[in-house]
Design a protein. Structure first.
Length: 427
């Protein structure tokens, strides 16, 4: 028994699956998840004392790397002044002003404690603003675990949704229409058929929850044009892409202005913080100003705000995103070259500081192509890399992340491990 296996056995006695979020249980890849005891820069260490180069970064927040000294210091200083007040603080104004400056489509913003809260609030706001009920989402996109978003495609692509989780009432799920990501035809048909009942559309502008799937040219522009024409609220879920794909997030990268945006992960710098915001006309419908209720005991928590402010100040440094994208590109290109040397069908791509790895000849363009990938090969590769001290996302259906703390030596070490792993797969 190792410390990890002992801890996992204990955890499963009192926590469902032994984890506080399902993907951490390694059920997709098999095996025992390492229990992490510390992190520093690009590395994490587990309960057995093993060190890993980390390409998960807590699923995106740790764009500066683990235990960034400036972030730790500002959080410690905030903690010494009190952990939470349940009352307004100046730091929340500073973060809101910074967010609305960095994201010009957001004239106003509300801070919450997670990405789920941000998206749940944004769709309630879209419905309250329009007085309509129908919501469109896309197959393979994940927006957190609120009921209206745990919905899978109905029997036909254009029929209303069915619950994708137990506990979600069918009566609620049927208000969510699930379309194919990058399927412009289905989008046009849905609006032609139901345009005046659609409250809003929520989309990951770069999908990162079915592995990484990039938007097809014109897909986002078509979505913007149809929402405008039919008075539907366009919600960019930038929880993952926000300040990850670039300083202007995905909306700046692709030049599309959403009506509402949601953020999480990077904006909290590793502490619990999310945000939703957008056009003043819509945001003024939020309580206590307007009729759309939304609240939170720890919303705008001073420690989360301190971590978020420090992170968002540091990512504005000259050359930050160029260096991050260069690291991600060297990583993905090096992996493809190694796979090619060993004749393994493999592809990869990066958008800013997030990347997708695919055991398929070309990157998937939609959910069906994602599902056609060789998951068995990924799982074998995952474990070979884990054994070699490289911690990838424990699922073939997740994106990965680099940080400012990943050095060229880290990338070289990772590629050396990948070469051995691909060689093993080729046997
Ligand atoms: P949280 O509630 O987990 O902070 O955010 C939900 C969320 C919303 N929108 C997008 C685009 C997201 O990627 C997420 C959460 N992402 C997952 C990673 N696939 C978090 C990891 C987990 O669920 O443990």
């Amino acid at each position: 028994m190792t410390h990890n296996t002992e801890l996992f056995a204990r955890a499963q006695g009192v926590i469902p699956g032994g984890v506080n979020s399902p993907v951490r249980a390694f059920r997709s890849v098999g095996g025992t998840p390492p229990f992490i005891t510390s992190g520093a820069g690009a590395r994490i260490r587990d309960a057995d004392g093993k060190s890993y180069i980390d390409y998960v970064g807590s699923w995106g927040p740790l764009i500066l790397g683990h235990a960034d000294p400036d972030t730790v210091r500002t959080v410690q200083q905030a903690a010494a002044r009190g952990l939470s007040f349940g009352a307004p603080t100046a730091g929340e104004i500073e973060l809101a002003e910074l967010l609305t400056r960095l994201v010009p489509s957001m004239e106003m913003v509300r801070l919450v404690s997670s990405g789920t809260e941000a998206t749940m609030s944004a769709i309630r706001l879209a419905r309250g603003h329009t007085g309509r009920d129908t919501l469109i989402k896309f197959e393979g996109c994940y927006h957190g675990h609120s009921d209206s978003l745990l919905v899978k495609a109905g029997s036909g692509m254009l029929t209303f949704g069915n619950p994708s989780s137990a506990g979600v009432p069918a009566d609620l799920a049927r208000h969510t229409l699930v379309l194919g990501y990058n399927d412009v035809g289905a989008l046009r048909e849905a609006f032609a058929r139901s345009g005046d009942t659609i409250a809003g559309v929520i989309i990951e502008p770069v999908a990162g929850n079915m592995n990484l799937v990039a938007p097809a040219p014109d897909f986002l522009a078509t979505l913007r044009e149809l929402c405008t024409r039919h008075g539907a609220v366009l919600i960019f879920d930038e929880v993952m892409t926000g300040f990850r794909v670039g300083l202007t997030s995905a909306q700046g990268l692709y030049g599309i202005t959403p009506d509402l945006s949601t953020f999480g992960k990077v904006v909290g710098g590793g502490l619990p913080l999310g945000a939703f915001g957008g056009r003043r006309e819509i945001m003024e419908k939020v309580a206590p100003l307007g009729p759309v209720y939304q609240a939170g005991t720890l919303s705008g928590n001073p420690l989360s705000v301190a971590a978020g402010l420090t992170t968002l100040k540091k990512v504005q440094a000259a050359g930050f995103y160029e260096a991050l994208a260069d690291t991600a590109r060297r990583f993905t290109e090096g992996l493809c070259a190694a796979a090619q040397r060993h004749g393994i069908p493999f592809s990869a791509q990066a958008v800013g500081g997030m990347f997708g790895l695919y055991f398929a000849a070309t990157p998937p363009r939609n959910y069906a192509e994602v599902m056609a990938m060789d998951v068995v090969a990924f799982n074998r590769f995952f474990h070979a890399m884990l054994e070699a001290g490289v911690y990838l996302a424990p699922s073939a259906f997740e994106a990965g992340f680099v940080s400012a703390a990943h050095t060229p030596a880290d990338i070289e070490a990772t590629l050396a491990a990948a070469d051995k792993a691909f060689s093993m797969l080729a046997k």
